[in-house]
Ligand binder design. Structure first.
Ligand code: FAD
Length: 403
């Protein structure tokens, strides 16, 4: 039975590919979220497979900032260190591979555990098809496939994305304000960002790129300059911004720019499995990373709780979500194998249906949303499910060993 809305492209192939050994958990994604989940699962001696297509969101950046004890470490070094440490755990396997399709598995691949399984309702297990044609199966699935950034259609942004064009003041603001900075865009959030960078000491010009859609008066009060002409391009050399060029008027010499990006799911796997999405295209999860599809967790940038009004994309947050989800998963599998109730089972609906099944995860996440009073699903949208033009963060060219 398929849980996904899109059929497996190979379903009509007469000879099924051989199945490799079954895993407790397959983690799709080798960024901070997936690697952190794998570390917890390895330490719990869970048979775990990490599949990583090596397209990392922060690949263009020279350094990761705002990360305790690793502030300033190149992102590739951070991942390589994590993979080297994972190699200590014999139950964890890491592979450079892209998952092409995922679906709920039919018995005997799915359900049950080493001790015969729970009495009723365990998730069915999952089958994944890789682009090389191999199929793997697992009792649980963790999606850590991340988001991709669509850059604004200004010539020259792509060349400096991550090196002197940024989106996040907490990741790169402290370093960026050493040079004159341009904030590009005329919306209220751009005005706010310009004032934030000014407070940090920057020489800031807001380049509204046409008529502004925000009140600019606060900028004048705090010494932020404004240019309203449409921006035609950014000029740079070796990844460093040199000037913002306008349709009219002189170019503006700048050393860094902050731009707005639109984010989209890097992979269609979550949607194809039927995981419920929030209006901004991020996968809806509960406190433990459980999606609306039993047995499927989503962690890192690609997911959030509805109570959080916007994605909080940071390496520390992504890795923390992996640790939490993996701990829950280990307990979930332990419950399935022993028949013990899951300590983190959701409470029953007041006056309604009984609690979820023995493993406690058979209830869709969304059912819990209303009763916990979570608000704000879709508020403060920052993403889009738009076309993938200009997506960034590919690991192409990144120098990392596979392990
Ligand atoms: C330019 C830039 C700079 C940043 N700088 C910072 C910073 O300084 N500090 C900070 O805290 N945060 C920073 N961030 C945010 C940070 O990059 C993200 O929060 C973090 O990478 C999220 O981790 P993740 O594991 O969820 O996703 P990612 O790191 O994007 O990893 C996604 C993983 O999924 C894999 N994948 C996707 N689809 C498939 C598939 N079908 N099959 C197999 N594998 C698949 C990818 O190959 C990759 O391994 C920055 C972001 C950007 C864009």
């Amino acid at each position: 039975m398929s849980a996904g809305s899109s059929p497996d492209p190979d379903s009509s192939t007469p000879a099924a590919p051989p199945f490799s050994a079954a895993y407790d958990v397959v983690v799709v994604g080798g960024g901070p979220a997936g690697l952190a989940a794998a570390l917890t699962l390895g330490r719990a001696c869970r048979r775990t497979l990490v599949l990583d297509s090596a397209e990392y969101r922060n690949a263009p950046a020279r350094a990761v900032h705002n990360l305790l004890s690793h502030d300033g470490t190149p992102p590739g070094v951070l991942r390589a260190t994590a993979r080297a440490q994972l190699a200590r755990y014999p139950s964890v396997e890491y592979r450079r591979a892209e998952v092409r399709a995922a679906s709920a598995a039919a018995p005997p691949y799915g359900g049950g555990g080493d001790a015969g399984g729970a009495e009723a309702g365990p998730p069915p297990g999952f089958e994944l098809r890789l682009t090389d044609g191999e199929a793997v199966r697992a009792r649980r699935l963790v999606l850590a496939t991340g988001l991709a950034d669509e850059l604004p259609p200004i010539p020259g942004v792509a060349e400096i994305w991550g090196t002197s064009a940024f989106h996040c003041p907490y990741c790169h603001g402290f370093e960026a304000v050493a040079a004159p900075v341009a904030v590009i865009g005329g919306t209220p959030d751009r005005v706010r960002l310009a004032l934030q960078l000014r407070r940090m000491g920057a020489d800031v010009t807001l380049c509204t790129d046409g008529p502004p859609g925000a009140d600019l008066a606060p900028l004048d009060r705090h010494g932020v300059a404004v240019r309203c002409e449409p921006v035609t391009r950014l000029e740079s050399r070796d990844g460093e911004l040199e000037a913002v060029v306008f349709e009219a008027g002189p170019p503006l010499a700048r050393g860094a720019a902050f731009v707005s990006t639109r984010t989209v799911q890097r992979s269609p796997l979550a949607a194809s499995l039927g995981c419920r999405l929030l209006p901004d295209g991020v996968v809806e999860v509960d406190d433990f990373g459980r999606t609306s599809v039993p047995g499927v967790h989503a962690i890192g940038d690609m997911s959030r709780r509805p109570a959080v009004p916007m994605p909080f994309a940071a390496v520390s947050v992504a890795s923390a979500s992996g640790t939490i989800a993996a701990s829950l998963l280990d307990q979930d599998l332990l419950s399935e194998d022993t028949g013990l109730p899951l300590p983190f089972a959701r409470p029953p609906e007041p006056g309604g249906a009984g609690p979820a099944g023995p493993a406690g995860i058979t209830e869709p996440v969304g059912a819990a949303v209303g009763r916990t009073g979570s608000a704000g699903a879709g508020a403060g949208r920052t993403g889009s499910a738009g076309a993938g033009a200009g997506r960034t963060g590919s690991g192409a060219g990144e120098k990392e060993d596979g392990r």
